[in-house]
Design a protein around this ligand. Structure first.
Ligand code: F6R
Length: 260
């Protein structure tokens, strides 16, 4: 894993935006894996700004990680609505090139259709991931099989509580979601994890330095050959080997400067 430490959340997000934009600039028909949640909102703002500066999404294809079971795509809290609001309606991507599991049909059917679409257009060139407080990636909650495929997963109480902020008064998040599996995520060519804030520090430590275990689903990323983790100081606070990560990045920067 490449661990990139930033002083601020803004800098970590800018790094993520630059990486995604560079992927698309180098390969205009790239397949992008996208995530939702609070962490990603400023990332999409950055991508919209890059689009205004000329970055085109017209030939890209996107696959989102997950969708709540029971919510149709036009429901205000669906992840389809989130993606339209935060990205798709502001860039030049056709809806037909954007894939999000359907929440309004039988979850097994939605999962099979999503995996089939991914098999037809994939693999994902760059998968963007946020990180749950409990170490989830997508909605692969603790106890998820590390080889899992897209399927329905029951959400933990803590995830439903964390996401209640996106729902209106009196509304609660659904009890389950269709999520890309961990095995599915690991088939991406490259993975970029963005985590900011001290509340994520324990999960970050589990992901980067913990044992590979279903207790912390993100720890499965240790098995992937091309994972970059962008962190702010809060999210990095519990890393034991933080000096080593800093030195490795410094060396990388020096080599890149020498090569330029
Ligand atoms: C959502 C997703 C989740 C979030 C995670 C962090 O598509 O895949 O894994 O990335 O729950 O959410 P925030 O960014 O709201 O803390």
């Amino acid at each position: 894993m490449r661990i990139v430490l930033h002083d601020t959340a803004e800098a970590a997000r800018a790094f993520a935006v630059a990486r995604i934009a560079a992927t698309l600039a180098a390969k205009p028909d790239a397949v992008l894996g996208l995530a939702t949640g609070g962490t990603m909102e400023p990332v999409y703002e950055g991508l919209i700004a890059a689009h205004r500066d000329g970055l085109s999404f017209a030939r890209a294809t996107t696959f989102n990680l997950d969708e709540y079971v029971g919510l149709a795509g036009d429901h205000p809290q669906s992840y389809r609505t989130y993606m339209r609001h935060h990205l798709f309606d502001h860039v030049d991507i056709a809806a037909a090139r954007t894939h999000i599991p359907r929440g309004d049909i039988d979850p097994a059917e939605a999962a099979a259709a999503f995996e089939a679409a991914l098999a037809a257009s994939g693999p994902v060139d760059l998968q963007l991931l946020g990180l749950g407080h409990n170490g989830h990636i997508g909605f692969n909650e603790p106890s998820s099989s590390l080889a899992s495929r897209t399927r329905e997963k029951t959400l933990t109480r803590s995830t439903r509580e964390a996401n209640a902020r996106f729902f209106g008064a009196g509304e609660t998040p659904p009890h389950s979601a269709v999520t890309m599996g961990i095995g599915t995520i690991l088939e991406s060519r490259a993975i970029l994890v963005l985590a900011v804030g001290a509340a994520k520090a324990g999960a970050v430590r589990g992901m980067v330095e913990g044992p590979v275990t279903a207790r912390c689903p993100a720890s499965a990323l240790q098995m992937h050959p091309d994972v970059t983790v962008a962190l702010d100081a809060g999210a990095a606070a519990e890393l034991e080997l933080i000096d080593h990560y800093r030195e490795a990045e410094e060396l990388r920067r020096r080599r890149e400067a020498d090569a330029a």
